[in-house]
Design a protein around this ligand. Structure first.
Ligand code: GLN
Length: 489
């Protein structure tokens, strides 16, 4: 087995036993990347030089006999909306084409303390708005399992580079499904943590009340390792972050014995609109759970019907406010065509710097917040959000976790939905409620469709139910053997 086919946990053990050095591993990672990146296009920026320097530093410390954390020397790719000090952070937007943050996101400080090797910045939909990784000002990313298809979005680059064997771990962000849907499309494991479990400081904001950073990996254990590294209260920088009950202990707490676990199947998630292949595969996973001794039963979450409008109203409202800071003055792109008119400077910088989808969200958000429509749209969406939260809370009185599909279909062809934004939005139906309710959601592979494209399943937990989720995920992973799926390319 080549190094690039190993999971992060396997590589961590090899590094600790000095069977491989961090520099050798980093060299292997960049060799694989050079071999396949032409086809995948998962990165916006590669940081080979600094990665090799970080790896050399780890080797030096290990040689000196230092006891190192589990992730020391492990290569990790970072979504391009997470601020990396001195390294381009573009959000895949012309607006930030030249932005080198003067500071690190909290997660980057945490990863640095672990000694990870940062391989580069992964491609995404511009400002994390999209479901296919086609809305990137850089280039679209391709699904490693079929390069004519999308990898999903918005963290499509982060998912694709893991699936392509370019890197064992990556970070993404999830506002309405952007970790979970690309994980499903690319056949990798991804977790959207509970809102507040991971500091958002240095994550370039899309919708602050919904955004969360989370890990991608090739196995449950890998995802647990990276989650352990990034969770934590950040009182200095993110007042919405909290101390979780599982800080740093999820990997050690993994336990595949799920006998008696109560798993709810919400009937609304399996109805019309979900493809047969996806439905059958997720229902087969439910059978596996029954065989493992879980109690699996149908539940009802009827408010899912309102999830998409609620999500697109709230997220666009917050986006319109968050993105007001990009004005051509403070940072990023500035139009050369404004003469000495300051209003033209603002409007032209924004019209030229933002792509079509970002402009659409800003207009939608400004509209739902405008005085004549605030009550009719924004306020109503907030009220519906409370109802959706209650509905999930009630469901978790009856069950430990909820099992659903991730997306209505497997990965579709590049260009298939780019002309119809509403069709693109409809693909988010199974994921957005999790953000609206602030819950954790785990996605892992559960099968393949007739074209051999990966199918993912989603496990939703109560707030701070990450350990239970990952235990349930591990039980399925062991029973199915579906882990560490790397595209042949
Ligand atoms: N696809 C959703 C959107 O376009 C979710 C994006 C995300 O989670 N960042 O808004």
């Amino acid at each position: 087995m080549a190094l690039y086919e190993k999971t992060a946990a396997e590589l961590s053990a090899m590094l600790a036993k000095k069977e491989v050095s961090a520099v050798e591993l980093a060299q292997d990672v960049f060799a694989r990347t050079k071999a396949v990146e032409d086809k995948v296009q998962g990165y916006v920026t590669l940081t080979e030089e600094s990665a090799l320097a970080q790896a050399a530093e780890i080797d030096k410390r290990r040689a000196a006999g230092e006891e190192l954390p589990a992730l020391a020397g492990i290569p990790v790719a970072i979504k391009d909306n997470i601020c990396t000090k001195g390294t381009l952070t573009t959000c895949a937007s012309k607006m930030l084409y030249n932005f080198k943050p003067p500071y690190n996101a909290t997660v980057m400080e945490k990863l640095a303390a672990q000694g990870v090797v940062v391989t580069g910045k992964a491609n995404m939909d511009e400002f994390a708005m999209g479901s296919s990784c086609e809305n990137s000002a850089a280039h679209p990313t391709h699904n490693p399992h079929d390069v004519n298809r999308v990898p999903g979005g918005s963290s499509g680059g982060s998912a694709a580079v893991v699936a392509a064997g370019e890197v064992p771990l990556s970070l993404g962000s999830d506002t309405g499904g952007s970790i979970r849907q690309p994980a499903a499309f690319c056949g990798v494991t991804g977790l959207k943590p509970t809102y507040g479990a991971v500091s958002r400081y240095g994550l370039i904001a899309f919708a602050s009340s919904l955004d969360q950073i989370g890990p991608f990996g090739r196995s449950i254990e890998d995802v647990a390792m990276l989650l352990d590294a990034i969770t934590g209260h950040d009182p200095m920088h993110d007042s919405t972050s909290v101390k979780t009950p599982f800080e740093g202990t999820v990997r050690a707490g993994l336990n595949a014995d799920i006998k008696g676990m109560k798993i709810g199947l919400p009937k609304e998630y399996f109805g019309a609109g979900i493809s047969d292949a996806v439905r059958e595969s997720v229902l087969a996973a439910a059978e596996t759970y029954k065989n493992l001794g879980a109690e699996v039963f149908e539940i009802s979450l009827p408010l899912v019907e309102y999830a998409l409008p609620v999500y697109y109203i709230l997220s666009s409202a917050e986006a319109s406010s968050n993105l007001a800071r990009f004005d051509g003055v403070k940072y990023g792109y500035r139009t050369p065509n404004a003469g000495d008119d300051v209003i033209a400077l603002y409007t032209k910088s924004r019209s030229e710097g933002f792509g079509a989808e970002v402009q659409r969200r800003i207009m939608l958000g400004t509209y739902v917040l405008s005085s004549g429509y605030y009550d009719a749209y924004y306020k109503k969406a907030r009220a519906a959000q409370r109802k959706i939260r209650e509905e999930f809370a009630n469901a978790f009185d009856k069950c430990d976790v909820i099992l659903t599909p991730v997306a209505p279909t497997t990965a579709y062809g590049i260009g298939a939905k780019t002309t119809n934004p509403l069709e693109m939005y409809a693909g988010d139906i199974c994921t957005v409620s999790v953000n609206i309710a602030g819950l954790p959601g785990l996605v892992q592979p559960c099968g393949f469709d007739g074209d051999k494209m990966p199918i993912g399943m989603q496990l939703i937990g109560p707030r701070f139910g990450e350990q239970t989720l990952l235990n349930a995920g591990l039980a399925f992973e062991q029973a199915s053997g579906l882990r560490n799926i790397i595209a042949a390319l």
